[in-house]
Design a protein around this ligand. Structure first.
Ligand code: NAP
Length: 313
């Protein structure tokens, strides 16, 4: 039995915006609403205080129901929980941002959110269709709005006190720099795929210098092949330190200074993923230097269309 330490309670102060983000975050990209509600409730009960949502996940209502159920029990309050949600691609036009934000708040049953992100830098045809396609099945992009214009609309939400911080997701370094340079309110958070097979050191280095939190999604490699949790470097460290491979990968993410998102619908794994303790420096170094595999699993960054690809790309 490994003793716990402060790692699982780690918080990262937001330099742009206010408050602090718990480094250990629970992702709600879970297709089934009932499973979403149960997993969110379990995550709150085991100690997660940071939840990542999106209008695109179409389950904000279930996340909101779970939070309300737990809040009603009285031990956890809304202000104890850091809630992030995201604007989807069909709502990039400035006039669509606030209505989309308010619809998310209604479904999540919160008055405001701690962090609001632009889910991808790709604008799709404005309208109610989240995945607009032409007669050939091709995505219909919107060339009538720029990312900077969408960013300005998010800045207005901060001005109005509706969210404490704003940020981007699925951007590369170049796009991030463009927004940092144009922004009146700088991005507080950048959410991208990152794990030992995709460490994104250059982006992390830039984020550190700019006071931006890198929020790593798919921190366990989304359980896809090639399986990060079966990697010999990770499993050897886990065995040596009497931790599970997931605990090794998650502790590594927190200790190198990122926040992270992990997801599970399995109660025992939700608990396992919260029960982190600090890795010694040599283990951190082994993970940094010892990964033979380099892979990106999610293709959303290239097209704006979400999807994990088996085998990566
Ligand atoms: N911004 C974006 O575009 C974007 C894209 C993708 C994801 N995200 C966010 O990031 C979150 C996390 O992403 P992810 O789902 O890829 O996370 P992940 O934690 O890397 O992968 C989740 C998978 O790992 C399994 N798993 C979880 N804990 C485990 C453990 N201790 N041992 C073995 N397997 C374990 C889960 O299985 P079971 O559920 O069966 O237990 C599930 O299949 C999402 O929920 C979402 O909030 C954002």
């Amino acid at each position: 039995m490994v003793a716990h330490d402060a790692l699982r309670q780690a918080q990262i102060a937001l330099s742009h915006g206010s408050g602090a983000m718990p480094a250990l975050g629970f992702g709600t990209l879970i297709p089934d609403p009932l499973a979403t509600r149960q997993a969110t409730k379990t995550a709150l009960e085991v100690g997660f205080r940071h939840f990542d949502c999106s209008e695109r996940y179409r389950n904000e209502q279930a996340v909101g129901d779970a939070m309300q159920e737990v809040f009603r029990a009285g031990t956890i309050r809304r202000k104890d929980v850091f809630v992030t949600t995201k604007l989807w691609n069909n709502n990039h036009r400035a006039e669509r941002v606030k209505p989309a934000f308010e619809a998310s708040c209604r479904r999540l049953q919160v008055d405001d959110v701690d962090c609001y992100l632009i889910h991808t830098p790709f604008a799709f045809k404005p309208g109610d269709e989240q995945d607009p396609r032409d007669e050939h099945g091709q995505v219909i992009y919107d060339t009538g709005v720029t990312l900077v214009e969408t960013w300005r609309a998010l800045e207005s939400l901060v001005d109005e006190g509706r969210c404490r911080a704003i940020g981007l997701s699925n951007v590369d370094l170049e796009k991030l720099q463009e927004i940092v340079e144009a922004a009146r309110i700088k991005p507080a958070v950048v959410e991208v795929e990152s794990h030992p097979y995709l460490p994104e050191w250059e982006l992390l280095d830039y984020c550190r210098r700019q006071g931006i939190v890198l929020l790593a999604f798919a921190a366990l490699g989304h359980a896809m092949e090639p399986r990060l949790l079966d990697d010999p470097v990770i499993t050897a460290i886990a065995q040596r330190l009497h931790k599970t491979p997931a605990q090794v990968a998650l502790a590594w993410a927190v200790q190198r200074g990122t926040a992270l998102l992990t997801t599970s619908v399995t109660p025992s794994r939700i608990r396992e993923n919260f029960e982190l303790s600090t890795l010694p420096e040599d283990a951190m170094q082994e993970i940094r230097d010892g990964m033979a595999t380099k892979i990106r699993f999610n293709s959303v960054v290239g097209t704006g269309v979400p999807g994990f690809i088996p085998g990566g790309r």
